[in-house]
Design a protein around this ligand. Structure first.
Ligand code: A2P
Length: 275
């Protein structure tokens, strides 16, 4: 799946133009979160844009996430209902616990485990009520997933986490494959200020060979392994470029070359110390 990411994209005008370009390029999946503070603008933009593109609500897939300060029984439910209201929709296609930790808690505080479990119970209920079509988690490590699978009546459908050629998260990715949890990558393009991933010599060389932008090589590498991607951009040309990843293929040698540049480098956050 290739969805459009919206982290750090704010303001009605910008959101509208990003979503307009994304829908024109063929994207039908939009990823947001309450902490991105753009749900209201996404909701109102979509009302206009669905009409413009002659689309129905069910033609698009909307993902949002539970913020770390909203974890816990009742609070999770309330936060989810607020996201629905801001997004001006009756249901979400996917709702994720954004982070295994809770705002203000130290990584080793075991109360976080209870709050995560309580949040999941709220989400299971919202799923059963039809307000959430699927539920999942983000930034969980293997130990968080094991804990969740032991105590859930609805299995997580999706894990979203940082994953790209500089950070191959072998353990949690394998666990998801073994447990039929769709693995979705964020920051496929590296998300760094100095663009280390977009400037990687190996990726650039492969891009040159295919006469393809480096971003497409990075996204294609993930898609070819069954990993969902959520590239984000405010540049209209990049948005359409990032959608065009299904008309070429990387060969085995190229896939191997890319996998060899793994340096276990987090460009975003590392959740492995959270108990
Ligand atoms: P821009 O908004 O100028 O396109 P990630 O999704 O990994 O977090 O990466 C987001 C970053 O990658 C943004 O800085 C975005 O900048 C940049 N980016 C997105 N698409 C492309 C592209 N096709 N080519 C170059 N940079 C891109």
């Amino acid at each position: 799946m290739n969805g459009v990411g919206t982290h750090k994209i704010q303001g009605k005008e910008l959101i509208y133009s990003v979503l307009d370009a994304a829908l024109a390029a063929g994207y039908r999946s939009i990823d947001t979160a309450s902490v991105y503070k753009n749900e209201s603008d996404i909701g109102s933009s979509l009302l206009e844009l669905l009409a413009k593109y002659n689309l129905k609500r069910e033609d698009i897939f909307i993902t949002s996430k539970l913020g770390p300060r909203d974890q816990g029984s009742g609070k999770c439910r309330e936060a989810c209902l607020q996201s629905l209201s801001r997004l001006k929709t009756d249901y979400l296609d996917l709702y994720l616990i954004h982070w295994p930790g809770v705002q203000g808690f130290k990584p080793a505080d075991s109360k976080q485990k209870i709050l995560r479990q309580e949040s999941w119970k709220d989400m299971e209920m919202l799923y059963k009520e039809g307000k959430l079509k699927s539920i999942g988690i983000s930034n969980y490590q293997k130990h968080h997933l094991e804990e969740l699978l032991q105590d859930s009546s609805v299995k997580p459908a999706v894990l979203q986490t940082e994953h790209h050629p500089h950070l191959v998260q072998h353990e949690v990715w394998k666990f998801c494959q073994e447990n039929n949890i769709q693995y979705q990558a964020y920051s496929s393009l590296g998300a760094s200020k100095d663009n280390m991933l977009l400037n990687d010599a190996v990726i650039k060389e492969i891009g040159k060979k295919h006469q393809r932008p480096v971003a497409q090589i990075l996204l294609r590498w993930a898609i070819q392994q069954g990993i969902g991607v959520l590239p984000k951009s405010t540049n209209m040309q990049h948005i359409s470029e990032n959608a065009d990843i299904f008309s070429f293929e990387l060969d085995d040698e190229e896939m191997k070359m890319i996998s060899q540049i793994d340096s276990q480098h987090h460009y975003c956050w590392d959740s492995s110390t959270i108990v």
